[in-house]
Design a protein around this ligand. Structure first.
Ligand code: HGY
Ligand code: MN
Ligand code: MN
Ligand code: MN
Length: 423
């Protein structure tokens, strides 16, 4: 067993990190809103780098803000082992999503450093930029660029979706440069083999571990996310004067699209197929004006990308029927269609063996949420460790993980990184 981790310190630092938020703590728990490149996010990054530098770790920040915190190994010629996660949070989120993997990862580096045994391979903690799609509309922006699955041209031109109404929306390049992250986005690319292995610690964001009383989850694969934008254009006008037969109400058409999404996922998919229309923008958005335009965003996931494709085809044919029936125009824009990731057998074995040695109960499981690990899988073998979260709740202020669960996950991560960096 390597040096014991200080779970109480991790909890304290998570609470400190939670104070870098745009929304005051709410009655539902510690609500956190920390959108990428906002002042809250930048202040949190500065705070984290301060902790890392106080430990004597080397820190590197790339052109999009991915931050690399490094504990040197005995043999610098060997590829490092890495861990990491994200600190950006969607609006009104909880304080554990992503942050457990960053602060727990920092604690693991500290524990390895104080164990007195220098690892053969360097161990790096990565803070990934923009894991959440809130600001630029696509998740895992930082790790996609690292993996080369998102072109620097497309990334640089992504539009800031959080721009205030009436304000000219800036591009990612403009926002990141203003935040102090300069340089060509192509420089963020990491080639296969840059790391030997990557392991992410994260809350489960599901109910299984808590329900079955297991200490940790060992992820074997990560489901494949896809997202699309739809714009529905009809014919609106005065809510009083425009008679019903003359309307082509875009919001009524959008509501049929939303129900078609739910119906397709339920009837054509399996329990591994999930679909959500999470945003709906109505224009002009006045109670006495018949909606003429609606923008929807669809999040569709499955462990099997072919089945996901069949569900999407069914949604498209329902949309074509809605267009004809209602006389509206519906345009689709693909945001992303990603492949699932299988975790590396050796890493899954190392996590499982370390859990048994530490006396932790565990289970193998699929990650239904996506993570930066999904894209790190394009660079090196990957693994994930899950800890329970109360009621399986996430992306809500009442998201919660116990100090004991956080300690278990951090201790197991430390053990696994120690093993992987010693070979
Ligand atoms: O949406 C997700 O799966 C991740 O939590 N951003
Ligand atoms: Mn999330
Ligand atoms: Mn997350
Ligand atoms: Mn994630």
């Amino acid at each position: 067993m390597s040096a014991h981790v200080d779970g109480a310190r991790v909890q304290r630092e998570l609470e400190e990190l939670a104070r870098f938020t745009h929304v005051e703590p709410s009655s539902e728990g510690t609500a956190v809103t920390r959108v990428v490149f906002t002042d809250d996010d930048l202040a949190a990054r500065t705070w984290l780098i301060g902790l890392a530098e106080a430990e004597g770790f080397a820190v590197r920040v790339d052109a999009v803000g991915n931050t690399f915190i490094r504990l040197e190994g005995a043999d610098p010629s060997l590829a490092a082992v890495a861990t990491g996660s994200h600190i950006d949070a969607i609006p009104h989120a909880g304080m554990y999503d992503g942050t457990v993997g960053v602060i727990g990862g920092l604690e693991a580096l500290r524990a390895i450093k104080t164990s007195g045994v220098q690892p053969k391979r360097a161990v790096e903690l990565i803070l990934f930029t923009s894991e959440e799609p809130t600001r630029f509309g696509i998740g895992c922006l930082g790790s996609r660029l690292m993996a080369g699955t998102l072109s620097d041209v497309k990334a640089g031109g992504l539009i800031d979706l959080t721009a205030a109404k009436g304000e000219a929306a800036k591009t990612l390049d403009e926002v990141r440069t203003a935040a102090g992250f300069t340089g060509a986005l192509t420089s963020t690319r990491l080639l296969p083999g840059h790391y030997a292995e990557f392991v992410e610690l994260h809350i489960e964001q599901g109910p299984l571990l808590e329900r079955d009383g297991q200490d940790v989850g060992i992820v074997t694969s990560i489901a494949a996310p896809a997202s699309y934008r739809f714009v529905i254009e009809g014919f609106g006008g005065h809510a009083g004067a425009l008679l019903m037969p003359d309307r082509r109400d875009a919001l009524c058409a959008a509501s049929e699209v939303i129900l078609a999404v739910e119906r397709s996922a339920l009837t054509l998919g399996t329990i591994d197929t999930v679909a959500t229309v999470g945003t709906c923008g109505v224009y002009p958005g006045a109670v006495n004006s018949v909606p003429s335009k609606v923008a929807l965003e669809l999040d569709l996931r499955d462990t099997d990308p072919r089945r996901r494709g069949r569900v999407m085809d069914a949604i498209r044919s329902e949309i074509a029927a809605i267009e004809t029936k209602r006389g509206v125009r519906i345009t689709e824009t693909l945001v992303n269609e990603d492949v699932p990731a299988a975790c590396g057998e050796r890493i899954v074995g190392a996590i499982s063996g370390a859990a048994v040695a530490a006396g932790m109960s565990s289970r193998m499981m699929v990650s239904r949420a996506y993570h930066d690990t999904l894209f790190m899988a394009q660079i090196c073998p990957v693994g994930m460790i899950f800890i329970p979260c109360r009621g399986g709740v996430s992306h809500r202020p009442d998201e919660f993980a116990t100090v004991e669960g956080i300690s278990h996950g951090t201790q197991l991560l430390t053990e696994v990184l120690t093993v992987l960096s010693s070979e």
